[in-house]
Write a protein that binds this ligand. Structure first.
Ligand code: AKB
Length: 345
C-alpha cells in the first residue's frame, strides 16, 4: 500500500502506523461523491482498490475524477434505487457522505433534517440488506455549548444547537442502534472543519478557512465572517481521506467505540491562519464582518477535540500541520484557479 501522496512533501509531522490491513477485494459505493470530501475520497479509493471497484454516486452531476470510473446518479432519499445500485455494484463498503452542512442547514432546517436523516436511514437499511460495512461521517457540530470545549472528550455531553448538529447526534445514535440491534459494521469519525483545494466547500461554518485561501490568491484580502479569536478544530483533506480509509480497514476487534471517533489535526483562529498565509503573501490583509448566525454556531463548537480514542484504537495520526497545509493549499489552489476551466467563485 502506498499513502505517500497523502502526506506533506517534507513530512514535518509524520508519525504513526500506516494502514493495518489490505483488502483488495473491496467494492465501494460512495454517496455524495460530488461534495468536498467525496471529490477527493473517490480518486483515493480508486487508486487503492482499482477504478472499477469504486462507484461514485450523487444527486448532482458528477465531473472530474468521479467520472474516471463507474458513476451513477443517485438521490439518497430513494431507498429502492439506492438498494438496487448497491446490489448491482455488489458493494461491500458504503461511504455515505450526503449531508446538508451547518450554515446551509439553518436556511431550511426541515429540509436539512429530511435529507440528513432520510438518506442515513436509507444507507443503514441498504447496508442491512446487502451486508455492506458503512462509513458515516459525524462532525464537531455534534457538540454544543454545554460540551466541555477544550479539550472535548470522546464521550461527553452532546446538546448541539444547529439543525445540522442535531441531525449528526441523531445519526450517531441511529448508527449505534443498527450496530447493537442488527450487528451491522458501521463506523465513523467526527470531522473538524475540512480544508481543501480540489473542490469548494458546501455551506459550512468552517468554510472561512477555505475561502480565505481563494481570496488571498484572487484579491490578496479577505473579510472573515467569524470573529477574531474564534478557535476551531481543522484538518487538511488528505488527512481526512486517509482517516476514512484507515478506520474502515481496521480489524473490527481493535475497536471499542467504532462509531463517531473524535479526530483533529490543528486548532486555528482566523488570525493564526492569516499570519501563516502572510508568510507566503506578505501583503495579505484580513478584516472582519461577522455573520452572527454563523458566529453563534462556531461559538457552540469545541475549541479542541481530544482524539486519543482514535489514536489508541486504530492508530490515528494527522500528518499535516498548519505550515505544510498552507504551503500545499496555496500551490495547488493557485494552479487550479489559473487552469483554463477554473471555478473562480
Ligand atoms: C460545517 O462547518 O458545517 C462542517 C462541519 C464542521 O461539519 N464543515
Amino acid at each position: 500500500m502506498d499513502f505517500d501522496d497523502m502526506g506533506p512533501a517534507r513530512r514535518p509531522r509524520m508519525r504513526g502506523p500506516l494502514l493495518v490491513t489490505t483488502s483488495e477485494d473491496r467494492r465501494v459505493l460512495i454517496t455524495g461523491a460530488a461534495g468536498q470530501l467525496g471529490s477527493e475520497l473517490v480518486p483515493a479509493l480508486r487508486r487503492r482498490y482499482g477504478a472499477d471497484a469504486v462507484l461514485a454516486t450523487d444527486i448532482r452531476t458528477l465531473s472530474g475524477a468521479a467520472v474516471d470510473g463507474p458513476n451513477r446518479r443517485l438521490d439518497g432519499t430513494d431507498l429502492e434505487r439506492f438498494g438496487r445500485i448497491a446490489r448491482e455494484h455488489r458493494a461491500t463498503v458504503i461511504y455515505h457522505l450526503v449531508a446538508v452542512l451547518s450554515a446551509t442547514g439553518e436556511k431550511d432546517p426541515q429540509r436539512a433534517w429530511n435529507i440528513n436523516i432520510g438518506t442515513l436511514t436509507n444507507a443503514l437499511e441498504v447496508a442491512r440488506a446487502t451486508g455492506a460495512a458503512l462509513f458515516v461521517p459525524s462532525s464537531i457540530a455534534a457538540f454544543g455549548p454545554s460540551t466541555p470545549p477544550d479539550p472535548t472528550p470522546q464521550d461527553t455531553l452532546q446538546r448541539p444547537t444547529s439543525i445540522y448538529g442535531v441531525s449528526k447526534v441523531a445519526g450517531e445514535l441511529l448508527c449505534d442502534y443498527y450496530v447493537q440491534r442488527y450487528g451491522l459494521d458501521v463506523r465513523g469519525v467526527r470531522y473538524p472543519g475540512l480544508i481543501s483545494w480540489a473542490a469548494d466547500p458546501g455551506g459550512g461554518t468552517t468554510d472561512y478557512a477555505v475561502e480565505i485561501f481563494h481570496q488571498a490568491l484572487t484579491h490578496n484580502r479577505y473579510e472573515c465572517f467569524l470573529r477574531a479569536g474564534t478557535q476551531l478544530d481543522m484538518m487538511y483533506m488528505p488527512d481526512a481521506v486517509r482517516a476514512a480509509i484507515e478506520l474502515m480497514e481496521t480489524p473490527s476487534e481493535r475497536l471499542t467505540h467504532r462509531n463517531a471517533f473524535n479526530i483533529t489535526a490543528m486548532q486555528l483562529t482566523p488570525e493564526v491562519l492569516a499570519a501563516e498565509i502572510r508568510r507566503h503573501r506578505p501583503d495579505f490583509e484580513l478584516s472582519y464582518r461577522v455573520n452572527e448566525r454563523k458566529q453563534t454556531i462556531a461559538d457552540s463548537w469545541p475549541r479542541r477535540l481530544d482524539d486519543s480514542a482514535a489514536r489508541d484504537e486504530w492508530g490515528w495520526q494527522p500528518r499535516w500541520d498548519l505550515e505544510a497545509m498552507t504551503a500545499d493549499m496555496l500551490e495547488h489552489l493557485a494552479a487550479r484557479l489559473s487552469a483554463p476551466a477554473a471555478n473562480t467563485r
